[in-house]
Ligand binder design. Structure first.
Ligand code: ADP
Length: 601
């Protein structure tokens, strides 16, 4: 069964692979879809949340900074409205006012009064600024023009970074300016007290990207240019462009922020190459930008946790699916193998059953064949008995035997010799017949080997030659000697041929009686690859409505006791196990041809 079991193994391997792939792909697709869709929605929601939270923080913080600036400006406006210019010329008076302002907010550090020409008339604070001229200072021009002004950070006469809030007053035909300096450190802390995650920070830039407060994490000092500013969306280089709201002392720097953003977020990489999420909003009437930023890794920590979790779930889930698929496939293959073995053993039992049925059917024929030689043996035996009886009949037989006429003696001896020859011949015939029956009926182990049609077919034909002769069926066998061999079991091939020959003889006898029948066996080889064996008869043929059924087990049109209906189904199974095919072509009333195709070796 090697060829058969090899192809069986190959089929099982393909089936196993197909089952495995299906078992992996079928659950994997919905699994990946479920993971993908939930990951997408979950992470989108997380990202939106993170952005929304940054936007809220920058917006709240911006409101706080604006409120602070607004309150300080209102404080100054109120003071300017309340005080008298002449009184304010007195330093002591200014000291008192500064003390009141400091009580309201420790952010105030000094206070000064200026006439409309920019001359510093009186001053309360730690620097010797009284009498200094401010006519050309940018903040002085701005306040004279606008009435109230909050400056960017600058160095001024004191050469220390600071910013001022100034208000203009017109009273008694005079225009004068009251100016307060805000504590840079205080403001810096006010702005930078934003704590978001590990890497969150807040700072203020003016429209040229100059830091108005320090940057906690990357060490950008106050008044330095923010190196990341150029990359902000909405920032562009504009030649000689000055914004009305932008201080003029940085006019040499041509980079301006054109579209002040309102609580907008964007992603961008920082100096160290780390990616950041930014949220930016305008403060100080659009003059400054409040920037809140956080490292992307930190801001989207929950996002990355979800990502790693999804990857882990995918890997574990995938491994479970693959593992289960392997396990189930192995179980199914084992199951198929067991069923195949069971089927094989059932097939063998069927073959055996059909063999026995065939023997039963052929028994009558064999009995008839053995009977003829036995009758001859019996006749010869009687003749020898008679001759011997005659020789020993009389008393003087011994003498007679001696004095037997020579001619008669010779005749007796030769007749006995002929009878003995006949007896030996007939006994040999009987033993040939019985050994053929025994050989056919013996259940031998199935052994696939190269079988040559030119040797086997004439051998098998010998078994039916007598039956054919008795029924007047002419057999012609056209099997060329050079037909290549095929792989199969000899006993099984004999069973197939005998079954087909016997069916043909039955069909021929049904149509022609005991004369006029013909059985033809031909064999050809196509392309040295395929051997074709055809068994044709001129019997009754097969009805078209029976053609589809003849290979089914237990289909028979023969009388009870004559046919079992197993023959053709077993033949079909045997030829299939040789790797071949079997087909039939029949015309009722004309004859039938069975064609067997087998791979040549
Ligand atoms: P069984 O010979 O026991 O009936 P088979 O399986 O060998 O079982 O054959 C099934 C049926 O096929 C036969 O009963 C017969 O009707 C039909 N058949 C087989 N061979 C021939 C043939 N050469 N000519 C006509 N009919 C045939």
């Amino acid at each position: 069964m090697t060829q058969n079991s090899d192809s069986q193994k190959r089929k099982l391997k393909y089936a196993g692979r197909a089952i495995l792939i299906t078992m992996i792909i079928v659950p994997f697709i919905p699994f990946m879809l479920a993971i993908g869709v939930s990951f997408h929605y979950f992470t989108t929601a997380l990202e939106n949340n993170t952005r929304a939270s940054l936007e809220r923080i920058v917006s709240d913080h911006g409101d706080m900074v604006d409120t602070f600036l607004m309150e300080r400006k209102s404080d100054l406006l109120l003071i300017a409205a309340m005080i008298n210019f002449d009184a304010a010329m007195n330093n002591g008076y200014l000291h008192d006012i500064l003390a009141h302002l400091k009580a309201r907010s420790p952010a105030f550090i000094d206070l000064g009064l200026f006439d409309e020409k920019g001359l510093h008339l009186s001053y309360s604070g730690d620097y010797a600024l009284k009498g200094k001229q401010y006519q050309d200072e940018f903040w002085f021009n701005e306040v004279m023009e606008k009435g109230a002004y909050i400056s960017d950070i600058f160095l001024g006469y004191r050469k220390i970074p600071h910013f001022v809030i100034a208000v203009r007053r017109e009273s008694e035909g005079r225009r004068w300016v009251l100016r307060a300096t805000i504590d840079t450190l205080f403001f810096d802390q006010l702005v930078s007290t934003v704590h978001i995650g590990k890497s969150g920070e807040a700072y203020i830039l003016n429209h040229q990207g100059i830091a108005q407060t320090g940057r906690r994490l990357e060490g950008v000092p106050i008044m330095a240019k923010d190196p990341d500013f150029e990359k902000f969306p909405g920032v562009s280089n504009v030649q000689n462009k000055k914004r009305a709201s932008t201080p003029t002392h940085h006019a040499k720097d041509q980079t301006v922020f054109q579209n002040p953003l309102v609580a907008k977020t964007f992603k961008q990489s920082g100096r160290g190459g780390n990616a950041y999420v930014y949220a930016v909003t305008s403060v100080n009437d659009g003059a400054w930008l409040l920037v809140v930023r956080q490292e992307k890794q930190d801001a989207f920590a929950a996002f990355y946790a979800a990502l790693y979790l999804s990857v882990a779930i995918t890997l574990v889930g995938g491994a479970v699916i693959v593992g289960l698929a392997f396990y189930v496939t192995q179980r199914i293959l084992h199951w198929i193998e067991t069923l195949t073995h069971e089927k094989e053993s059932l097939g063998n039992q069927l073959i055996r059953a059909s063999q026995l049925a065939e023997i039963g059917e052929m028994a009558a024929g064999f009995a008839h064949e053995i009977n003829n030689p036995l009758q001859i043996i019996k006749g010869e035996h009687s003749l020898m008995e008679m001759l011997l009886g005659e020789m020993t009949k009389s008393e003087e037989s011994k003498i007679a035997l001696i004095s037997f006429p020579k001619d008669e003696w010779h005749t007796f001896v030769s007749e006995i010799g002929e009878s003995l020859d006949q007896v030996r011949l007939q006994i040999n015939r009987c033993s040939e017949i019985t050994s053929a029956v025994l050989k056919f009926g013996r259940q031998t182990e199935i052994k696939h080997q190269a079988l040559f049609p030119s040797q086997l077919i004439p051998e098998i034909l010998k078994m039916i030659r007598n039956k054919a002769a008795v029924n007047g069926v002419e057999i012609s066998c056209r099997v060329a000697d050079d037909i290549p061999a095929f792989m199969g079991d000899a006993a099984q091939f004999q069973q197939v041929m005998l079954n087909l020959f016997n069916n043909a003889l039955d069909a021929v006898v049904s149509r022609h009686g005991v004369s006029g029948g013909a059985l033809t066996i031909t064999s050809n080889c196509h392309n040295e690859k395929e051997i074709e064996i055809q068994i044709s008869d001129n019997g009754v043929g097969i009805r078209p409505d029976h053609i589809d059924k003849i290979f089914s087990p237990f289909f028979t049109t023969k009388a009870v006791g004559k046919g079992s209906g197993l023959g053709l189904s077993v033949c079909y199974g045997i030829i299939e196990s040789f790797g071949g095919t079997m087909g039939v072509n029949s015309k009722p009333g004309e004859g039938t041809t069975f064609t067997i195709s087998l791979p040549a070796v």
